[in-house]
Design a protein. Structure first.
Length: 695
């Protein structure tokens, strides 16, 4: 109002002059009325000013009409005169694309491009939820499949209620019934969806790290043990070698998951050394079994199995035993040193067996910190047995929930190990099919993905998974979380391979800026207005304009999402919170399984002290045999001095190492390269010893 009063003050003389409008228009309108009356009476179009004036004077209401119109015209003149002239620029959308062609998908386009599924209606479609609509009691969803999905959503952004729970529902009601592996930090996904999944014919499994007493058991070393058994019983040497390499690779990946790389760590040596020691312990346990079997190469299958059941039954091959063995410094070093120089376990543990006292101490401290979780009695119970069989994931509709308490990050390593091993198993199964794809899709719904320790080779997993019918939904708060866990190089690969991305909310500016740029720019008309009154003019120019600003993106309303899909325009979509859906699915508090307590020390612990004692006895017995042979053969002369004997022993060990090196000569994997490097170091050390003896 103040602005209009200011304008009125500026235009006051124009307003006074404009008062002439009233009498002029008043007289003019009266004459028009008189002419109209005259024509009406005579039925002739003949203008007679005198007669028109007489006729208008005799009609009373003509004065009122003329006055009303005159005053109205004056007021309109005053309004136009005092109206504020808009001189700032404004924009208008256009169909032109000179400076960019970005635009939002319309509702019709969304429905055309993405299948529409009605809630609780059986359909062939499955995938990830991107849009929802609630019309009274009718709820429909739009989904997209055949790609990975990256979700950016902070705390309380609606990702669980608006996306994850509906995604589980839609997949469960599809005719294909894909397998789902679901990380569940709060346990609410399991409790809310278990009944529904069972009603849809799913086998519901749960690894419950929040409620350890009511969880299935899973041994992270089970798959390695199975491969090792297969290697022992195969007679094909080529297959045996391939299995050995696979076992070593799997052990390496497992150890790297237990000792995840930190991209901000200043001294990775201790972490890497600890990782190597854990690999060496697992390899050493398997070598102990192989050594026992090699003592009699003519064993039958049944005899081999009897020795396996006695020396290394599956219940004693577990990470809890590995964690305990890793604390036994003196026994552990002796256990490694008694092995042949060609032992992969001994080579892998060289930092421990040949290091200085301080170095060994720091390595042991690092191991104790990283494996502390396996000293927990419940975790020992959970990971020493196995009733989770991966074959179920491809043989029948299965939903595996991994309940991990978000307030205790120690447990997240279990989820990382499990996801990694399941993926490897699925890839192996897919390779058995002609098209290298699983018959039915498998969805990994990974909530709080950034909290899970880095999964080894995640860049390869995300790159190759979609082609094998394996799809990931990765939920993070911002892109920086991925970079922190995987480094910028791998993080960018993960980001680039998620062809579907859902933005909900972030408070991280760099993430918002990235997505604002991804949305692109559209061509708009910029309209500028200048001048006042009758001299006012407009000019129009084309320019680029962001589809949405960074600030608006960071203030996206609740239950709204922005969808990015490769080679498509972005879309503004709506989400319907799960709690608002009228559903008969109630929260389920029934327990699926009660964890049985075990006597770990008696039945599940692998005691390396017994192995060391056995090997020592063997050495003593061998010495006694040699002495008895020497005494009984007086004619045998000692042809080598102690020095010469050492020289020959060193030459023999070098030759043995070179033979071992040839086994891995064509293996260019990371694991193979590390083994070759370690063997070369051993050869170099022995050659230096040989040179010093010769001198």
């Amino acid at each position: 109002m103040k602005k209009y009063l200011k304008q009125l003050k500026k235009r006051k003389w124009w307003l006074v002059t404009g008062l002439l409008i009233i009498p002029v228009t008043y007289i003019f309108i009266l004459f028009l009325i008189g002419i109209a009356i005259t024509i009406a009476k005579t039925s002739q179009f003949h203008i007679n000013l005198k007669q028109a004036w007489i006729n208008v004077v005799t009609v009373n209401y003509s004065y009122l009409i003329a006055a009303t119109i005159s005053i109205s015209l004056y007021l309109l003149y005053g309004f136009k005169l005092c109206k504020i002239t808009k001189t700032e620029a404004r924009i208008k959308t256009t169909d032109k694309t000179d400076f960019g062609k970005a635009k939002w998908l319309t509702k019709k386009e969304i429905n055309n491009k993405f299948p529409t599924i009605r809630y609780q209606k059986i359909t062939k479609h499955h995938g990830f939820i991107i849009n929802a609509k609630q019309d009274k009691k009718i709820i429909t969803f739009n989904v997209h499949s055949n790609t990975h999905n990256l979700i950016i959503g902070g705390t309380r952004s609606g990702k669980t209620q608006g996306i994850v729970l509906p995604t589980i529902q839609i997949n469960s009601q599809s005719t294909i019934k894909p397998t789902m592996v679901i990380t569940d930090p709060k346990g609410e996904l399991y409790s809310l969806q278990r009944n529904n999944l069972e009603q849809q014919g799913y086998d519901v499994k749960v690894i419950n790290l929040r409620d350890l007493e009511n969880s299935m058991c899973w041994n992270p070393l089970q798959q390695i043990y199975n491969l090792h058994q297969k290697m022992i019983f195969t007679s094909n040497e080529q297959e045996k070698l391939l299995l050995r390499v696979q076992i070593q690779t799997d052990i390496q990946d497992l150890a790297r998951t237990l000792f995840p790389k930190s991209y901000h760590e200043k001294q990775p040596f201790w972490r890497d050394s600890g990782c190597n020691v854990i690999q060496a312990i697992i390899l050493g346990i398997l070598e102990d079994l192989e050594t026992k079997l090699k003592q009699n190469p003519n064993l039958t299958i049944q005899e081999k199995q009897e020795i396996i059941n006695k020396v290394l039954p599956i219940n004693k091959f577990n990470l809890a035993s590995v964690a305990i063995i890793a604390t036994m410094k003196k026994d552990l070093i002796q256990w490694f040193k008694q092995r042949q120089d060609t032992s992969i376990a001994k080579i892998t543990a060289s930092n421990l067996t040949e290091g200085e006292a301080d170095t060994i101490g720091n390595i042991m401290m690092t191991i104790a910190t990283q494996l502390n979780i396996f000293k927990n009695s419940f975790i020992q119970n959970l990971t020493s047995r196995n009733d989770l069989h991966f074959t179920d994931l491809i043989n029948k509709p299965t939903a595996l929930f991994i309940v991990i308490p978000d307030e205790n990050d120690n447990y997240y390593v279990i989820a990382s190990l499990l996801i990694s091993q399941i993926y490897k198993f699925l890839i192996a199964e897919a390779s058995k099919n002609k098209n290298n794809k699983l018959e039915k899709p498998v969805y990994f719904l990974c909530d709080e993905f950034a909290n899970i320790p880095a999964i080894p080779h995640m860049e390869r997993i995300i790159s190759a998974g979609a082609g094998r019918n394996i799809y990931f939904q990765l939920i993070v708060q911002d892109i920086q979380q991925i970079y922190a866990n995987y480094g910028e190089r791998v993080g960018k690969i993960i980001f680039a391979n998620c062809f579907l991305q859902t933005f909900l909310q972030t408070m991280e500016v760099e993430t918002a800026e990235r997505y604002a740029k991804m949305l692109g720019e559209q061509t708009v008309e910029q309209i500028s207005t200048s001048g006042k009154g009758v001299s006012k003019s407009q000019s129009t120019t084309l320019k680029a304009h962001s589809l949405i600003t960074v600030a608006d993106l960071m203030q996206l309303p609740q239950n709204q999402a922005i969808i990015f899909l490769s080679k498509e325009n972005p879309a503004k979509t709506k989400l319907v919170p799960w709690w608002t859906i009228n559903t008969p699915i109630l929260k389920d508090n029934n327990l699926i399984k009660t964890l049985e307590l075990i006597d770990f020390d008696k039945n599940y612990y692998y005691n390396i002290k017994k192995t060391i004692k056995t090997n020592t006895n063997l050495i003593v017995n061998n010495t006694e045999v040699k002495n008895s042979i020497t005494k009984s053969n007086d004619n045998i002369k000692v042809i080598n001095s102690k020095k010469e004997l050492n020289k020959e022993e060193i030459k023999l060990k070098i030759e043995q190492l070179r033979i071992e090196f040839k086994k891995y000569e064509t293996d260019n994997s990371i694991n193979g390269q590390e083994i070759k490097l370690a063997i070369n170091k051993q050869i170099e050390r022995l050659e230096n010893n040989l040179k010093s003896i010769i001198k």
